[in-house]
Design a protein around this ligand. Structure first.
Ligand code: C2E
Ligand code: CA
Ligand code: CA
Ligand code: CA
Length: 275
């Protein structure tokens, strides 16, 4: 038993070493990725069912690693946050997304994710201002997406940063709503323009009465609060139809289109009759 325990410990140690090595490799490579133009934004459409149109896009980061190929954000954003690299990556995303949207023929909005770590940087507001100025993008076409953790940590200072961003004319969305520590009181601490219902609720809505009840509560509340709602992670026509019944009109998900690089960005919306 003792030997067994030792072996298990050894195995654990080897795995830890491996994880640490992998993490360090990613960190080192990530520094090159920024300067080597390996980071790219993909654009996923947000569809407005009232107008049968794409009203905007969310910019989602991809890392095109020279050896390992395409790396998804969950495999490098957390490391970027721990190492502080998120500041330059986040600034890149803001500049790139604004440039891209300014080049579009239409007036669609562009949503950019902000990490809570970026709020620690006092230059965040001037990054956003510069991105708007250099691209010439009208501020109302930029939307930043934050998660409730922004309101959890360092609440006072982050709320004041959000207020300054809003004062630029930029819209602010509360992402992944309903997960984590979500509480309705967050909606009192800051006047969000939009709430994005987390995809886990959309995923469960057909099996779980609770998920549906929460979706109902959010859409009901948004009607009386003048907050827009986007349903995330809509994958099926059935989910789309049901969400429309619940009063949702903004949708994002594979059913409407996957994130795509600029060249192949999905442009038309062919409405599918939900009836
Ligand atoms: P998020 O902000 O919640 O973004 C939505 C995620 O859901 C994206 O994953 C998107 O590809 C995925 N998604 C969209 N529609 C569907 C669907 O119908 N089904 C399913 N299963 N998934 C769908 P992605 O691109 O892997 O990004 C993951 C997370 O990484 C994002 O979650 C966001 O938190 C973070 N992220 C991505 N880009 C950036 C960035 O530029 N900056 C920061 N700070 N975070 C980013
Ligand atoms: Ca988001
Ligand atoms: Ca989300
Ligand atoms: Ca998320």
């Amino acid at each position: 038993a003792k030997r067994n325990g030792r072996n298990r410990y050894e195995l654990f140690r080897v795995e830890m070493d491996e994880a640490a090595r992998k993490r360090r490799d990613i960190e080192l490579d990530l520094r090159d990725a920024i300067t080597g133009k390996q980071l790219r934004l993909y654009y996923q459409p947000i569809t407005d069912s009232d107008h049968n149109d794409i009203t905007g896009y969310e910019a989602l980061m991809r890392w095109n690693h020279p050896v390992n190929g395409l790396i998804m954000p969950m495999d490098f954003i957390p490391i970027a946050e721990e190492t502080g690299l998120i500041h330059s990556i986040g600034a890149f995303a803001l500049y790139e997304a604004c440039q891209e949207a300014a080049s579009w023929v239409g007036e669609q909005t562009i949503a950019v994710n902000l990490s809570p770590v970026q709020f620690k940087n006092s230059a965040l507001i001037s990054f956003i201002e510069t991105a708007l100025e250099e691209s010439g993008l009208a501020p109302h076409r930029l939307e930043v997406e934050v998660t409730e953790s922004v309101l959890l940590e360092n609440n006072h200072s982050n709320v004041s940063t959000l207020e300054k961003i809003k004062a630029l004319g930029v819209r602010i969305a509360l992402d992944d709503f309903g997960t984590g520590y979500s509480s309705l009181s967050y909606l009192r601490s800051f006047p969000f323009d939009k709430i994005k219902i987390d995809k886990s609720f959309i995923n469960d809505m057909h099996e779980s009465r609770e998920a549906l009840a929460i979706i109902r509560a959010i859409t009901g509340m948004s009607r009386s609060m003048d907050i827009q709602i986007t349903a995330e992670g809509v994958e099926t026509g059935e989910q789309f139809r049901r969400l429309k019944e619940e009063g949702c009109s903004l949708f994002q998900g594979y059913f409407f289109g996957r994130p795509q690089p600029s060249e192949t960005r999905l442009m038309g919306f062919s409405p599918i009759d939900p009836s």
